[in-house]
Each structure stands twice: as structure tokens, then as C-alpha cells.
Design a protein around this ligand. Structure first.
Ligand code: SAH
Length: 346
């Protein structure tokens, strides 16, 4: 059965119209789901009883089921959720001085095959529906409701490639962004892609206000193709052309994510090449300390070297930040989501 969380406002209006209802009913329904956050149609007291019982027959309101929860020393919390078909995904809540951020998964497993990442150890089993991604946010928001907290920011950086599940991801963003619901501001939602070029053009054409982050990780094709198979499908030249069009056409600043891998992509030469690649663009580089994954033999660049890499970028005219680690003691940091649960079953 389809979940009601799968419907954006327009779809809800259309669905209710089919039930002979006026469009303001959609706003009421949306508000029950995402503002009052009730989980029973029967409690929606300003909707006609005949309608709520019909909705109950047609749509599920079942929340995701929490299988486990791990809390790291810094308060980062990793949830493992089970979906209706029995498969599971992780979401990670992080606390920052600027608010709480939830890292959401977009697929069960991932087919992108980045050699440094644990998430791809399990091949893609399926895409998440928009409703399932909404379910991740709603579950955590309901937990935060107990202490008056709020999910302020969403990063679609969990397991999966969001631009390999484009339509569902965009609809998910619309649902959580709607000011009649959770009202998470578009500029507080970040989609991260490894570089699926055709979808970057789609995203540019949509003129969305969500932030776009690009997992770059190497400044030339030779190295990037070794780390990220996607580079063989869409090389750096094609990627940068698409990104320039998006950034200039939409007046949006881009974030380039760059993991520092000891002895692989952290040389001065790489820093200079990276600066040459993106200088002049409305963009900055987010340098990410690598979280080691047992299976693949890559190592973290030490702090001193990371700072030096940062300095070289800045000296060559490119803005950068050094990301702090969150939740690494519970394997909840970037690239460590691996659905151990799923793999245990396989
Ligand atoms: N598929 C999307 C989103 C998921 S990955 C993408 O590639 O952007 C989110 C970020 O974590 C990406 O930049 C990814 O390259 C990075 N990442 C993957 N494994 C990592 C690891 N072990 N340590 C640090 N970052 C990692």
C-alpha cells in the first residue's frame, strides 16, 4: 500500500479532488501529517469522517520502524530503520552550533562503486520512495519533539546516489520544504551527487533552491577514474561544464567535497590542480577527513597535512573549509554507513 507521505501538495490536491473535495482539504491534511504530526487518520477532526475512513483504506500512515539506535560521544545519533518490505536504511542526526542536521539515505545500497566508500559494499537493492525518505525525517522530528527540538537541516548524503533516484529525491525535497508542513528551508537542504551529469542539467533546468554539493575527490580524470567509476561515464570536463552552467545560470554557490586520502590525492600538486580546476567559480571546497573503512586500505591524511592542503588552496585563490568529524566512533561518519544489517542477511 502506498504511504500518504509519498504525496506532495499537488498530488494531495489531485487525490482529494478525485474524492470530491475542495483543495483546502489538502492543506488541512498536510498540516495534520507534518505540523500536528498525528499518525492516525481518525484523529484528523476537521476532515469529514467519510473521507478519513476512505483514506485509511487507501493509504498507509505506518512510520518507519526503528531497529537500532547508536549514540556517539558527541551526541551524533545513527538510526537503523526498517521499511515495509523488510529492507533497512540508516539516517544520522548531527548537532551543530547552527542547528541539528539529519543525513538521509536515498537508496538501499549503492551502485556508484566509489572505492573508498563503505555504502557501496552492498549493491543497490532498490530506490527509496519519497515517502520513505520523508519517513526518515518525520521519525527523527517526532523524537526531537519530545524535547522541543527541530530538524533544521537535511543533507542527502547517506547511503545511495540521490541523482540515481532523481524524481523521488526531488519530490521528497518538495514535501519537507513545504511551508504548510515541516517547512525546512530550501537553502537548508543539500543534495550531494558523485556527478551524474544529465541530472545536473535537469536540476539546473528546475531552478530549485536546494543546495548542490559535488563529490569531487580528485582534480584530474586519471586519478578520479581510479577512485570513482562515475568518472568513466561522465568525465571531469563534462562535469565542470554542467556545473558552470548550473551555477552561473542559477546564481548558486557550489560545494565541492574532497576527501583527503593519505598519499593518494593530498599532494601539493593535487591542491594546485584542484585550485586551477575551480578558481573563478562561485564555489568552495569542503575538505573532508577520511573515515577509514576496514575493507579498502585507504588512510586518513593527518591534520597537519590537511591544513597545509587547505593553505595551498587558499593561496591559489580557492575558498575551503575543513570538515569536522561526527559520530566516527559508531561508524556513522560519511562513507561508513554500510547497512551491516542488510549485509548480514545477504
Ligand atoms: N552518493 C552521493 C551522496 C553520498 S556520499 C555522493 O557521492 O555525493 C556523501 C559524501 O561522503 C560524499 O562526498 C562521499 O564521497 C563521502 N564519503 C564516502 N566515503 C567516505 C569516507 N569513508 N570518509 C569520508 N567521506 C566519505
Amino acid at each position: 500500500m502506498q504511504t500518504i507521505y509519498d504525496l506532495n501538495m499537488k498530488m494531495m490536491e489531485d487525490m482529494l479532488k478525485e474524492h470530491g473535495q475542495k483543495s483546502y482539504r489538502a492543506k488541512q491534511l498536510f498540516s495534520w501529517l507534518y505540523r500536528k504530526r498525528v499518525d492516525d487518520f481518525a484523529l484528523m477532526s476537521d476532515l469529514p469522517a467519510a473521507l478519513t475512513s476512505k483514506l485509511k483504506e487507501e493509504y498507509s500512515m505506518a512510520p518507519l520502524k526503528e531497529l537500532t539506535r547508536q549514540v556517539a560521544h558527541d551526541g551524533t545519533t545513527k538510526y537503523l530503520f526498517e521499511m515495509q518490505d523488510g529492507s533497512s536504511v540508516e539516517a544520522v542526526l548531527m548537532h551543530f552550533h547552527f542547528g541539528d542536521s539529519l543525513c538521509v539515505s536515498s537508496q538501499v545500497g549503492c551502485n556508484m562503486g566509489c572505492t573508498f566508500c563503505a555504502s557501496g559494499l552492498l549493491k543497490k537493492q532498490r530506490d527509496l520512495t519519497a515517502g520513505e525518505m520523508v519517513g526518515e525525517v518525520l521519525y527523527v522530528q517526532k523524537e526531537l519533539d519530545k524535547t522541543g527540538g527541530r530538524v533544521d537541516n537535511i543533507v542527502i548524503m547517506g547511503t545511495g546516489e540521490p541523482f540515481d533516484n532523481y524524481d523521488n529525491v526531488i519530490r521528497f525535497c518538495e514535501i519537507i520544504n513545504s511551508d504548510l508542513g515541516l517547512a525546512i528551508g530550501a537553502r537548508h537542504i543539500t543534495i550531494s551527487t558523485c556527478g551524474v551529469v544529465p541530472r545536473i542539467y535537469d536540476f539546473a533546468a528546475g531552478h530549485y533552491q536546494y543546495n548542490l554539493a559535488i563529490s569531487l575527490h580528485a582534480p584530474n580524470n586519471e586519478l578520479r577514474a581510479k577512485l570513482m567509476p562515475i568518472d568513466r561515464a561522465y568525465d571531469l570536463n563534462e562535469l565542470m561544464t554542467a556545473l558552470k552552467q548550473y551555477s552561473e545560470g542559477n546564481h548558486r554557490r557550489l560545494t565541492f567535497e574532497y576527501i583527503l586520502l593519505h598519499g593518494v590525492n593530498d599532494s601539493d600538486d593535487c591542491a594546485v590542480q584542484l585550485a586551477d580546476l575551480i578558481r573563478g567559480m562561485n564555489a568552495y571546497v569542503n575538505l573532508i577527513p577520511y573515515n577509514e573503512v576496514d575493507e579498502n586500505g585507504y588512510h586518513t591524511t593527518d591534520d597537519k597535512k590537511a591544513l597545509h592542503f587547505y593553505d595551498v588552496l587558499m593561496k591559489h585563490g580557492v575558498k575551503a573549509t575543513l570538515r569536522s568529524k561526527h559520530g566516527d566512533d559508531i561508524d556513522a561518519a560519511c562513507g561508513q554507513l554500510r547497512a551491516k544489517h542488510e549485509m548480514g542477511k545477504a
